[in-house]
Write a protein that binds this ligand. Structure first.
Ligand code: NAI
Ligand code: SOE
Length: 377
């Protein structure tokens, strides 16, 4: 009989759903010592919280997250709120000895992230950040190839995350649904929202970033704020590109925007090593493109590996070889990995401390864009 880990979820939006699906599905596919129990969801609107609880199977609701983090019937707090609430909730949850699963980006900035790390480390509570793209099997497979040394010396890492949903200048900013356009709620624009994913994956695959030079742009300078009803200056970065040096000597090139017409969530990365190159694309997420210089014969070329066989990461848990899984499975994998680490009393990466590294790169990127100078991470 599995032991229960009683989840207290805060926020019931996009990630509230993705995580709840992960908690519900994990038991059907993974054999684990601990299994999640959907104990309570906290949201300010009692009716909406109850509807969410009924749909996903939460036992009860709270309308104040502070009560949830203090509740005796909760073992782990899952933070699915806008970024400006991550720190306050996490620090309070740590005080109450709860395990914490926090959405990305860890924090609004490095200083806040440092306080969050101190809180969880002093309290000694398990913690992780939902940089879920690491757990897409093709991405995890890339990590295995890199760690096996198959690439040799790495020369280049490039990544992009492109969207197009804010091109309309009449779109308001702030408030529910559009908090990502307000730096007071989001911390930054595409840097913390989208590049943070690219940076997390890059650090995981290619090691730490030494320094950066960046440029940002805010294409629409004023938008009506949903909370004030007035036209307010737009304080986020709509687009951001940066170059960097990794400590392993390779060069990085990153780009993100919400103004790439036609692209909804195009996250791609490529890594070029001495012997091998790898390329991945979120729109074709079960494939890893591999070029192996050692392949004999003039027919050498890029291979498109369909990462769905049972010897590929996570895939033995799902269907038969050749049948793909999707975006939502990365969250099921993160739940499974967290529960396994929890049972074994070891960290589940990325921890808050790991995610702080990404935060430091984001801060250096924003600093460099402002100063027009290279910034050390
Ligand atoms: P959302 O806007 O869909 O949901 C946010 C939720 O927080 C809403 O239910 C809202 O009512 C709730 N909330 C706001 N203030 C609150 C308060 N004071 N008390 C209780 N609840 C409150 O946002 P979404 O897309 O779910 O994003 C949430 C977090 O997840 C963000 O940090 C975001 O960066 C991250 N995220 C991560 C993704 C990933 O790929 N890992 C994908 C999308 C979002
Ligand atoms: C923004 O549209 C967003 O939902 C980000 O917040 C997520 O982190 C990213 O995974 C997908 O895009």
């Amino acid at each position: 009989m599995a032991k229960p880990l009683r989840i207290g979820m805060i926020g019931y939006g996009f990630m509230g759903r993705a995580h709840s699906n992960g908690y519900n599905r994990v038991k059907d596919f993974f054999d684990l010592e601990y299994l999640p129990v959907l104990q309570a969801v906290a949201a300010r609107d009692a009716g909406k919280a109850q509807a969410f609880a009924d749909r996903w199977g939460y036992a009860r609701v709270e309308t104040d997250w502070r009560k949830l983090v203090a509740a005796a019937d909760i073992d782990a707090i899952d933070i699915c709120t806008p970024n400006n609430l991550h720190a306050e909730i996490a620090i309070e949850a740590a005080k109450h000895g709860k395990a914490i699963l926090c959405e990305k980006p860890l924090s609004m900035d490095t200083a806040e992230g440092e306080r969050m790390c101190a809180a969880v480390e002093q309290a000694g509570v398990p913690n992780t950040v939902w940089y879920n793209y690491r757990r897409i099997p093709a991405v995890t497979f890339a990590k295995q190839l890199i760690d096996s040394g198959r690439l040799g010396r790495v020369f280049h890492y490039r990544a992009e995350f492109l969207q197009d949903w804010t091109i309309n200048a009449d779109l308001p900013q702030g408030g529910a649904a559009l908090w990502r356009l307000d730096a007071a709620a989001a911390g930054s624009g595409v840097t913390g929202d989208l590049l943070a994913h690219c940076i997390d994956t890059a650090i995981w695959l290619n090691g730490s970033v030494k320094d950066v030079t960046a440029m940002t742009e805010t294409f629409v300078k004023e938008r009506t704020h949903q909370l004030t009803g007035k036209k307010e200056p737009v304080t986020i970065d709509d687009a951001c590109s940066f170059l960097c040096h990794f400590t392993n000597g390779s060069l990085g090139l990153f780009e993100s925007t919400r103004y790439a017409r036609g692209h909804k969530a195009l996250y791609t990365f490529e890594i070029n090593g001495e012997h091998m190159s790898l390329k991945w694309d979120l729109h074709d997420l079960h494939r890893l493109q591999v070029f192996d210089y050692k392949d004999a014969g003039p027919e050498r070329g890029w291979k498109s590996v369909h990462v769905t066989d049972s010897d590929h990461p996570y895939m033995d848990k799902w269907w038969v070889p050749g049948l793909a899984i999707g975006y939502e499975h990365s969250f099921v994998h993160q739940v499974a990995d967290f529960l396994e680490a929890y049972a074994q009393k070891r960290p589940c990466h990325p921890t808050f401390r790991d995610a702080l590294e990404t935060q430091k790169v984001c801060d250096a990127v924003l600093k460099s864009a402002q100063s027009h100078q290279w910034a050390t991470v």
